[in-house]
Unconditional design. Structure first.
Length: 167
């Protein structure tokens, strides 16, 4: 966009972000309806802002991940409950069970490495420079999870939408 491009009176970026977050809701909803069993090799990395409104995680996890956290839905998760505005799920961290509630608006990334698919979402103005964070490392029996995708990370299936805002 050039400097002469007028500001849009239609909030396209918000509309697109909301639609992409609905993709996450639909995928999780289909998993919930299928008995919370993931088909084939599918598994999900879901990154979210831990301080966002509506996020509910145990205090020890909020302490460890004060800004952002990535969870893995693969082998050990339970009580997946998908709602219009978010989801809740049970996970284990160092053999300690935890219940997490995450609004879709708090999600910053959704990745299914089994099929090289990913969505990244814009951070809100107050979150434009997220702190580095470690992965949540929720319990995985075989330890085979690789947040990369085997080294062929050309980003070809990662959808990032960024409507440049004039300053």
């Amino acid at each position: 966009m050039s400097e002469d491009t007028p500001d849009s009176l239609i909030p396209y970026d918000e509309i697109v972000q909301e639609a992409l977050r609905a993709v996450v809701g639909r995928v999780l909803g289909e998993i919930e309806q299928g008995g919370s069993e993931l088909p084939g090799n599918h598994h999900f990395y879901i990154t979210f802002k831990t301080g966002a409104a509506g996020v509910s995680i145990p205090p020890h996890l909020r302490e460890r991940f004060p800004d952002e956290m990535t969870i893995v839905l693969q082998n050990k998760f339970w009580d997946l409950d998908v709602r219009d505005d978010g989801f809740s799920v049970g996970l284990s961290f160092n053999q300690i069970p935890a219940k997490l509630q995450v609004p879709f608006a708090a999600i910053t990334a959704f990745v299914d490495p089994a099929v090289d698919f990913g969505l990244q979402f814009q951070a809100t103005a107050g979150d434009m420079s997220p702190e580095a964070h470690e992965h949540a490392e929720n319990d995985e029996p075989d330890g085979s999870i690789d947040p990369g995708n085997g080294g062929d990370d050309d980003g070809s299936n990662v959808v990032t939408v960024d409507f440049g805002k004039k300053k």
